[in-house]
Structures are given as structure tokens and as C-alpha cells.
Design a protein around this ligand. Structure first.
Ligand SMILES: Nc1ncnc2c1ncn2[C@@H]1O[C@H](COP(=O)(O)OP(=O)(O)OP(=O)(O)O)[C@@H](O)[C@H]1O
Ligand SMILES: [Mg+2]
Length: 225
């Protein structure tokens, strides 16, 4: 039995009443799906992700994320949902005053995990993103690719059921991009994590099955088969 993680029905997204950004979209994303979203600049890719993490309320239609109705979600339910999501931004959004290790375990620290759990999880994740030895560095002492790998490690710290990533490899070299794609492939395959990634280019070397949603300039979402 497949389990729907994201369900959109006739979903319309807009920032004001006149200009529809996402237009009447209907789709379902199931547990363990890996979904790439592509489309021209300004087509609404980031807007769609924003609605997925509850930063933009749907204008019309239905949107259900992890069993929650995003049209009518109350504030504390939304906060709770966000603690179970892993979000990766193109501009990393790390805390520059904190060490790499502290950035990675931020979600665990907020959730009140013990120092032991935090440090063993940091060790494991930093190993996966090939940053062992950089625990005590600060973000600004790292390259862009290294900073984004910290961002991805942080997004995975609490084993989220859903990872949402907006052009996570947009500015990165091939090495850092590959580390990130590998990690996401593994999370999807081994942990059954659902992953939705906005990208301008689907990686050539991608080793697991994926779905591809394309958004056109009119904000129409369709699945490419
Ligand atoms: N906060 C906002 N308020 C009003 N309009 C916005 C806002 N954010 C985005 N838009 C508009 O919504 C449309 C879609 O923007 P969005 O950022 O979703 O595009 P995108 O597909 O992610 O583009 P890119 O590939 O350049 O990142 C654009 O026309 C943009 O100007
Ligand atoms: Mg965008």
C-alpha cells in the first residue's frame, strides 16, 4: 500500500488575487518518491516548495502534507510539521556564529536531544557529507560547496519524513553536487524518505528511479514521463 505524503487537488497558488503563480495543479507524491521539479525562471518552483513547507497558504484547491490540510492548518500544527521536514535552501542559511557541528545538530538541540546523541549524530552525518575534521570550523571558513553539505547534513539530522530542497546544487562544483545527490539517493532508498528537489538540471548520473514534474511559464504543473 502506498502512502501519500503530498496531495494537491486543483491547487492554485498566488501572492495576490489577480496573478496566479501555480495554476490548478493536481498530483500526489508518495512515501519514498524522489521528485525533481524543473521549469523556467519565474515559473513558480520556489513558490510550490513554499506552499509545501507552509510558508504560503493555497489560494484555491487542496494541499495535504503528511496528513495535514495546509489550507486550514493551525500555527502549532505547522510548527510541529516543520520539525519533521528537512529543508535545504540554495543560500544555505547556516548560522555563521556557530561551528559546523553546532549547525548540523541544531534541529536535535531544539528538540532537546542529549549532548551524546547530538555528537554521535553530527559525527555520522559529517562523515556522510565528507566533512569529517571540519566540526569546529565556522561556516565562513568553508567553501560554498562545503557550506551546502553542512546544510544538507542539518536537513537530515532528525531523519525527516520529507526533504524539500530548492536548487541545492545550483552554485556547486561537481564534487559537492555528487556528495549531495548520493546522500539524497541513500536517504530515499534506505530510509524511504520522500524527497522533492527543485533543480534547473537533473543530474546525468542518478542511480535510483525518480519522477519529474515540470512547470511551464503559465504555472501549469505536469509530470514528464
Ligand atoms: N514574495 C513574493 N511576492 C510576490 N510575488 C512573488 C514573491 N515571490 C515570488 N513571486 C513571483 O512569483 C513568480 C514565481 O516565483 P518563484 O520564485 O516561485 O519562481 P522560480 O520558478 O523559483 O524561479 P527561479 O528559477 O528564478 O528561482 C515570479 O513571477 C515572482 O516574481
Ligand atoms: Mg526559485
Amino acid at each position: 500500500m502506498s502512502e501519500n505524503v503530498i496531495t494537491a487537488k486543483n491547487l492554485t497558488l498566488a501572492y495576490d488575487t489577480t496573478d496566479k503563480i501555480i495554476n490548478n495543479a493536481s498530483f500526489t507524491i508518495q512515501k519514498g518518491d524522489f521528485v525533481f521539479i524543473t521549469g523556467p525562471s519565474g515559473s513558480g518552483k520556489s513558490t510550490l516548495l513554499k506552499a509545501f513547507y507552509g510558508n504560503l497558504k493555497p489560494q484555491e484547491g487542496e494541499l495535504n502534507i503528511g496528513g495535514l490540510d495546509m489550507m486550514n492548518i493551525i500555527k502549532h500544527k505547522l510548527q510541529e510539521l516543520r520539525t519533521h521536514l528537512g529543508i535545504v535552501f540554495q543560500d544555505y542559511k547556516l548560522i555563521n556564529e556557530w561551528t559546523v557541528e553546532k549547525n548540523v545538530v541544531l534541529p536535535l538541540w531544539i528538540a532537546g536531544y542529549t549532548a551524546d546523541v547530538q555528537s554521535s549524530q553530527a559525527k555520522r552525518l559529517l562523515h556522510h557529507v565528507k566533512l569529517t575534521g571540519k566540526e569546529e570550523k565556522y561556516p565562513l571558513e568553508l567553501s560554498g560547496g562545503e557550506q551546502q553539505r553542512v546544510g544538507v547534513a542539518r536537513a537530515m539530522a532528525k531523519n525527516p519524513f520529507l526533504i524539500l530542497a530548492d536548487e541545492p546544487t545550483g552554485n556547486l562544483d561537481e564534487y559537492s553536487s555528487n556528495v549531495i545527490w548520493d546522500l539524497m539517493e541513500n536517504a530515499c532508498q534506505q530510509l524511504d524518505t520522500t524527497i522533492v528537489v527543485v533543480t534547473h538540471r537533473i543530474p546525468m548520473m542518478f542511480n535510483i528511479p525518480y519522477r519529474h514534474f515540470s512547470i511551464d511559464a503559465g504555472g501549469n504543473v505536469r509530470e514528464v514521463h
